[in-house]
Design a protein. Structure first.
Lengths: 173, 518
C-alpha cells in the first residue's frame, strides 16, 4: 500500500514533451474530426513494403512515436489486412513481392483504399527501368492517393491522409 | 612483417599488384585456386566478400575472393579468371561463401561444384530458370515472369520428428517491417531450427548502376538502405575518389564524419527503443524514441533531409553546412547526454527487462569468423572489430578511437554496447565541431577508368563496395552490406530460444532487408 502511494507521488521517470509543431497538431485534429465522421472514429491502416529502401517505413513508424502519436487522431496501424481500411504501399513493387502484395490487397475487406507513399511507390523513383521491379503501386492496384517524397516526412504523410479522407467523403455523397 | 611479406611467405615471390585503396590483387590460376584458398584458411585469413565481374580486363568471368587478416590494414584479393562457367566451391572451407556462391550463380549462371546449397538466392520462383541479370548480354529491361510451379519451387529444410512442427512467418509481417520469410521448426515453444528466406525486396540495384555515370550512382548507393544512406554514399564516393585520385578537402571529410556518426546515433536509438518495445516496455522505449526524433530534426536542420540524403557527393559534399547550424547541433548535444543517461537508467534498472535481455539470442564467438559477422553484433560477442579502427577511412585514423566490446553475445550485451557507442559517437561529433577546418567542401575532378574497393563501418557493421569504371561509366558495382553476413548469424542465435523472443533477438541485431536484397 505504502509502495503504491509513493509510486503515485514520486517524481515521474519520464519527462514532459514540449510540442512545438503547431501545424502538425492542427492537421491531426482536423483529421480526427473527419475520421470520426467518415470512418466511425477509427481509420485502420495496413502497411505493405513492396520494395522500398526502408526510409519510408521508418517515417511511418515514427508516426506512432511520442512526438507524433497519431493514435490520438483515431489512426491505427493494424497487423492484419483483414482489419484494414487503407493499404499504404511503399517502394516499387518488386517481382519477388508481386504475389504477396496482391494477396495482401485481396485479403482486405471492401471498401478499401490504397495510398502510395514515397517516390518509388508513386512510380517516379530511380528504379523504374530495373528488371526487378514492376514499377509504382498503380501497376497492380487502383491507387487512390500518392504521397511523393524520398521519403515524405511524417507531416507530409499526415497531410496526405487528410486529403484521402476528404476525397472519400466527397465521393460518398 | 609487412602484408606483402606475409603474402609472399604463403605464395612465394609472386606478382602482387597494389590497388588504389590499400588492396592487393593476386592473380591466381583456376587450377591452383583451391590450394591457395586452403593455405589462406590455415593462416587465419578471413573471407570478406566473394564476387564476380564479367569482361573485366579480359573476356569471360573473373572471380574476386577478398580476404582480410587481423593485424593488417591491407586487403588481399585473389583474382581468378575462369575459362568457362564452372568452378569448385569453397563453401566448405569458408561457410560465409555459401550465400555469395548462390548469389553469383543467380547473377551470372556460374556453377559451383561441390557446394552444399545450390538453391537460387535472390531470384525467386517468378524468374525464368535460365535468367541471369548480371550478364553483359542482358540489357536492363522488363522481363516476362513465370507462374510458380513444382519445377522452380523453393524447398525449405525439413526437420522431422515427434512433436516438431513448422511456423511459417512472412514475407508480409504484422508490423511496419520490411518483407522476409522465416521458417521456424519448433518443439513446444522452443526453436529447433530457423531458416531465413530473404530477397523479396530485390530491386536490381547493381544492374541499374551499370552504364550510368559515377555521379548518377551516388543516388543508387544512398538507396541501398535508407537508414545507412550516409554510410553507403560515403563508401561509394571513397571508392570513386580513390580510382580518380581526387583529394577530398579536409572540411568535407570532417563533416562527413559528423553525418556518419549522427546516422549511427539515430540508428542505435531506434534499436534501443525497439528492444524495449519487444519486451512490452513502452515506458522504457519512449525516451529513446523522443531522442531519435530529435536527431532526425537535427539532420533536417543541417542538410534539409531527415536521412541526410543528397549531401554526400564525389569529391566532398553538395553544399557546406553553416556555422550557426553546427553550433545549434552542439547546443542540442550538450543536453543530450544527461537525457540519454536517464533513458538508459529506466531500462537497465528494471528487472523484467534485464530478465528478458540476459542470455537471450547468444551469438557464439566461434561463429564470428566463419560467417564474417561484423558490427555491433560482433563487438557484443567479445571482439573489438571495428572498420573505423581496423581499416580507417576519411579522418578516422586521427580520431584515435578505442573499440567498445561486450563479452556475452546476448541481447543485453548488444543493448549495453549500443549505449556505450552512442556516447562515443556524440563525443566524436562534439570534438569535431570544435576543430573544423575552414575552406571549400568540394573539389573539381575528372572521372578516370579503374577499380577500387572501399569499406566503411555503417551502423550495422562493415559495408563493402567495389567499383569498376570503364569508359567513364560504371561497369560493375558490387555492394555487400553487413546485414548480408549478419543475417546468417541469426539462424544460429535463435536456437534454443522461445518463438516470442525472436522479434527481440531480431531487433537487437537490427538487420537490414533492403541492404541485403539490393
Amino acid at each position: 500500500m505504502f509502495k503504491a502511494l509513493t509510486n503515485v507521488f514520486k517524481k515521474k521517470a519520464t519527462e514532459d514533451l514540449q510540442f512545438k509543431d503547431v501545424e502538425f497538431e492542427a492537421i491531426g485534429f482536423q483529421l480526427k474530426e473527419k475520421v470520426d465522421r467518415v470512418f466511425g472514429r477509427s481509420l485502420a491502416i495496413r502497411e505493405l513494403d513492396a520494395g522500398s529502401d526502408n526510409s519510408a517505413e521508418i517515417e511511418l513508424s515514427n508516426l506512432s512515436t511520442p512526438y507524433y502519436d497519431v493514435e490520438r487522431f483515431g489512426i491505427t496501424f493494424v497487423a492484419s489486412p483483414r482489419h484494414a481500411d487503407v493499404l499504404i504501399v511503399t517502394g516499387a513493387i518488386t517481382l519477388n513481392m508481386e504475389i504477396a502484395a496482391k494477396k495482401t490487397y485481396d485479403a482486405m475487406p471492401a471498401p478499401k483504399f490504397v495510398v502510395a507513399v514515397g517516390d518509388d511507390a508513386c512510380g517516379c523513383g530511380i528504379l523504374d527501368g530495373s528488371y526487378a521491379v514492376l514499377g509504382g503501386a498503380d501497376k497492380i492496384f487502383p491507387v487512390d492517393l500518392k504521397i511523393l517524397g524520398n521519403p515524405p516526412t511524417p507531416k507530409m504523410i499526415l497531410k496526405g491522409l487528410l486529403a484521402l479522407v476528404y476525397k472519400i467523403e466527397k465521393n460518398s455523397h | 612483417m609487412t602484408f606483402k611479406e606475409e603474402v609472399n611467405k604463403l605464395f612465394g615471390p609472386i606478382a602482387v599488384t597494389e590497388g588504389k585503396n590499400n588492396e592487393f590483387y593476386l592473380p591466381i590460376e583456376e587450377a591452383s585456386l583451391q590450394r591457395a584458398i586452403n593455405s589462406l584458411a590455415e593462416n587465419y585469413f578471413e573471407l570478406t566478400i566473394l564476387f564476380c565481374a564479367q569482361n573485366f580486363l579480359t573476356d569471360g568471368f573473373t572471380l574476386f575472393y577478398v580476404f582480410e587478416r587481423s593485424g593488417f590494414e591491407e586487403i588481399l584479393i585473389l583474382q581468378t579468371a575462369l575459362s568457362g562457367d564452372t568452378v569448385d566451391s569453397i563453401a566448405k572451407k569458408y561457410p560465409s561463401a555459401a550465400w555469395y556462391e548462390r548469389e553469383i550463380a543467380d547473377g551470372f549462371g556460374i556453377r559451383f561444384q561441390g557446394s552444399f546449397d545450390t538453391r537460387r538466392l535472390f531470384l525467386h520462383e517468378t524468374y525464368p530458370l535460365n535468367f541471369h541479370p548480371l550478364l553483359k548480354s542482358f540489357t536492363n529491361t522488363k522481363i516476362n515472369t513465370i507462374p510458380p510451379s513444382e519445377e522452380n519451387a523453393y524447398t525449405f529444410k525439413q526437420v522431422k520428428g515427434e512433436g516438431v512442427y513448422q511456423i511459417p512467418v512472412g514475407p508480409v509481417h504484422a508490423g511496419i517491417i520490411e518483407p522476409g520469410h522465416f521458417r521456424f521448426s519448433v518443439i513446444g515453444e522452443t526453436i529447433f531450427n530457423l531458416e531465413v528466406r530473404l530477397f523479396y525486396k530485390h530491386r536490381g540495384l547493381e544492374k541499374t548502376a551499370e552504364g550510368k555515370t559515377p555521379q548518377e550512382c551516388v543516388k543508387i548507393a544512398e538507396t541501398v538502405s535508407g537508414d545507412e544512406t550516409v554510410a553507403n554514399a560515403v563508401a561509394f564516393c571513397i571508392a570513386v575518389e580513390k580510382i580518380c585520385d581526387i583529394q577530398t578537402p579536409k572540411r568535407a571529410l570532417q563533416l562527413r564524419t559528423i553525418l556518419l556518426e549522427l546516422e549511427r546515433v539515430y540508428s542505435y536509438l531506434g534499436d534501443l527503443a525497439g528492444m524495449c518495445v519487444d519486451v512490452s516496455y513502452p515506458v522504457g522505449a519512449s525516451p529513446f524514441f523522443i531522442l531519435r526524433e530529435e536527431i532526425f530534426r537535427q539532420n533536417e536542420e543541417l542538410t534539409s533531409s531527415r536521412f541526410n540524403k543528397g549531401i554526400i557527393t564525389i569529391g566532398g559534399l553538395t553544399k557546406d553546412i553553416a556555422y550557426e547550424k553546427l553550433q545549434g547541433l552542439l547546443r542540442y548535444l550538450s543536453t543530450f547526454k544527461e537525457r540519454f543517461n536517464a533513458a538508459c537508467l529506466i531500462d537497465s534498472t528494471y528487472f523484467s527487462v534485464i530478465d528478458r535481455f540476459e542470455t537471450t539470442g547468444i551469438v557464439e564467438t566461434q561463429l564470428l569468423e566463419p560467417l564474417h559477422i561484423t558490427g555491433p553484433v560482433a563487438r557484443a560477442a567479445g571482439t573489438t572489430f571495428d572498420t573505423r579502427i581496423d581499416y580507417p577511412y576519411g579522418i578516422y585514423k586521427e580520431l584515435n578511437l578505442k573499440a567498445q566490446s561486450q563479452p556475452n553475445g546476448d541481447v543485453y550485451s548488444r543493448f549495453n554496447l549500443k549505449v556505450q557507442e552512442v556516447y562515443d559517437s556524440v563525443r566524436i561529433i562534439q570534438n569535431l565541431i570544435g576543430q573544423l577546418d575552414v575552406g571549400s567542401v568540394s573539389v573539381p575532378f575528372q572521372i578516370k577508368d579503374g577499380y577500387a574497393l572501399s569499406m566503411v563501418e555503417a551502423p550495422r557493421g562493415q559495408n563493402v563496395h567495389w567499383i569498376y569504371i570503364k569508359n567513364n561509366l560504371i561497369d560493375r558495382y558490387k555492394v555487400r552490406t553487413a546485414s548480408f553476413c549478419n543475417w546468417q548469424a541469426i539462424e544460429h542465435a535463435v536456437l534454443g530460444n522461445i518463438v516470442p523472443d525472436f522479434p527481440l533477438i531480431n531487433k537487437s541485431m537490427n538487420l537490414s532487408y533492403a541492404g541485403t536484397d539490393l
